[in-house]
Ligand binder design. Structure first.
Ligand SMILES: CC(=O)N[C@H]1[C@@H](OP(=O)(O)O)O[C@H](CO)[C@@H](O)[C@@H]1O
Ligand SMILES: [Mg+2]
Length: 550
């Protein structure tokens, strides 16, 4: 076991001092806050990524610098494990501890203790691949990250400006290179070629879909959508819009998947372009979310969110397993969170097993791995479909007994290629949706009519301390502050079809309130009443009480 390179660590760490007044936390989406205060965090994450790689025998670890759908001044960083999945839970705590060591000396001391406790063999090689989105704070933060990677003696590979899902793909592709599980060529181009080739096979012989408007949130998705559009050619005509990646403050501003989902509105920039009946979709700032929508004949806006995508895709996979004669061997299951619309949960659970897990992709991903085919989507449009290793084996060894079975089997195999198996990808999900719509010959309206969404409302409550909020039952009930859940239960009972829950956000300093009911006005009223209750019960200042709270 060699020792920590203390001198190089200290001299480089001194260039990235921790701001004394801040505490950082590795939350649902890694570290995320104002880009201007993240320098020390980036350096330390670089060191930690190197150590994680050493711990895993030199396997490549990914680091993504992004704040996704958040405003442009925000930034963040998250680590990606060797199979392209989110960082293992236990290390989130280590990341938080190391990020908060107050001085260089304290940091190096914490590092030594950590290396000892985890028995990390420092003589092992270390490799890190990293990328960033288009935020202006990105380049400086990446340079701090590179110092960290250098300080621990790891080998760094800069994947440049790309989307979060591309980075996840790269990590798995690099780590499986030359093995029987090879995931694909380890480049952005390799990924896009893989998606395009599978998509072309899946839609061969189907009538071409109408051109699709893709709102890129003025983020990094614009870059990848342009490349994808080129490689798709006429197979699917994409019209990327909101592609102003260098315009100050444009990122996620009145556009993108989060804007559409939260405001339940068309991005104003699309108003003059979108025709009645035409489909469009929105990505978020790092292109791992996708929301579809269309305007009906009366120009009314209809949203097709993550729940609708899950319903569409799950039914398609089930149909194909039946047609391939694999229905008894490959069972499809769904994973949702409490934010899934009650309409979708009812529709899906009448047909398939449905599990509810806490918010955050890692929870959904892990639960989905337990099914033969696990379809997971957050209502906000982040999700994917996972095929278990056994299902993949079944697909490659199954002997179809009719030409129809053979066709269905081939479709299933190509689905595993068009779907990103490491993490949700807005663009790969978009191709998946287009495949299903082409096969079913569905318009947006027909897809929308699978089930009816219950009116719902999401409200943020700024509280003095969101850490006092503790939940149970997949975040559907509060256990703390004591007594609050009972009051919520009393209120919700008065609303027809009412459902509500309160949980602390993992990415913002707020508490979120979700409510739904049979009627729109009741869903709104319930949400604002609960928001008022939470505010008052947890010491909110009456003088600053938001006017909409009831
Ligand atoms: C209601 C909602 O959309 N919450 C989002 C949001 O988490 P919060 O913990 O609610 O802040 O960001 C997460 C990371 O992107 C995402 O996984 C999650 O779905
Ligand atoms: Mg995102």
């Amino acid at each position: 076991m060699s020792a920590l390179p203390v001198d190089s660590l200290k001299s480089l760490a001194d260039l990235h001092p921790k701001p004394s007044h801040l505490t950082f936390q590795y939350g649902t989406a890694g570290f995320r806050t104002l880009g201007s205060v993240l320098d020390s965090v980036m350096f330390r994450v670089g060191v930690l990524a190197g150590l994680r790689s050493k711990k895993l025998d030199g396997k490549t670890i990914g680091v993504m610098v992004t704040a996704s759908h958040n405003p442009e001044p925000d930034n963040g960083v998250k680590l990606v494990d060797p199979r392209g999945e989110m960082l293992e839970n236990a290390w989130e705590v280590h990341a938080t501890t190391l990020a908060n060591a107050p001085t260089t000396d304290a940091f190096v001391e914490a590092l030594s203790a950590f290396v000892k406790a985890l028995k990390i063999d420092l003589s092992k090689p270390a490799r890190v691949v990293y990328a960033r989105d288009t935020r202006p704070s990105g380049p400086a933060l990446v340079s701090a990250l590179e110092d960290g990677i250098k300080a621990i003696g790891a080998e760094g590979r800069d994947a440049g400006v790309t989307t979060t899902p591309v980075l996840h793909y790269l990590v798995r592709a690099i780590n499986t290179k030359g093995t029987p599980e090879e995931y694909g060529e380890d480049s952005e181009e390799g990924y896009l070629n893989k998606l395009t080739a599978a998509f072309k096979k899946l839609v061969a012989g189907k009538p071409a879909s109408p051109p699709l408007i893709v709102d890129c949130a003025n983020g990094v998705g614009a870059k990848i959508a342009a490349k994808l559009s080129e490689s798709l050619g006429d197979t699917l005509r994409l019209i990327p819009v909101n592609t102003a990646t260098t315009t100050p403050e444009a990122l996620n501003n009145s556009c993108g998947a989060d804007y559409v989902k939260t405001s339940q509105k068309l991005p104003p920039s699309l108003a003059s372009q979108l025709k009645a009946g035409q489909r469009a979709c929105s990505l978020d700032g790092d292109a791992d979310r996708l929301i579809y929508y269309y305007l009906d004949d009366r120009s009314k806006f209809h949203m097709l969110d993550g729940d609708k995508i899950a319903a569409l895709v799950a039914a398609f996979v089930v149909d194909l397993t039946k047609a391939a004669g694999l229905e008894s061997q490959i069972k499809v299951g769904i994973v949702q969170t409490a934010y899934a619309n009650g309409g979708s949960t009812k529709y899906l659970s009448e047909r398939l097993p449905v599990k509810c897990v806490p918010t955050g992709v890692k929870h959904l991903h892990h639960a989905a791995e337990k099914y033969d085919v696990g379809v997971y989507f957050e209502a906000n449009g982040h999700g994917t479909v996972l095929f278990s290793p056994e299902s993949l084996k079944t697909l490659s060894s199954h002997q179809p007994s009719t030409p129809a079975q053979s066709t269905a089997l081939n479709y299933l195999v190509q689905l595993t290629n068009v779907i990103n198996q490491t993490v949700g990808d807005g663009l790969s999900d978009m191709l998946l949706v287009e495949v299903v719509l082409a096969h079913k010959a569905y318009s947006g309206e027909e897809w929308d009519s699978l089930y009816v969404d219950l009116p719902n409302r999401l409200v943020k409550v700024v509280v003095a301390n969101r850490n006092i909020f503790k939940t149970e039952d997949a975040e559907r009930r509060l256990v703390s502050p004591p007594g609050l859940q009972t009051k919520i239960d009393e209120l919700v009972r008065r609303y027809n079809g009412g459902r509500t829950f309160v949980r602390p956000s993992g990415t913002e300093d707020v508490v979120r309130v979700y409510a739904e009911a049979i009627v729109r006005s009741q869903a709104d009223e319930l949400a604002f009443r609960i928001a008022g209750l939470v505010y008052d019960e947890t010491g909110g200042d009456p003088a600053r009480r938001p006017v909409e709270f009831l």
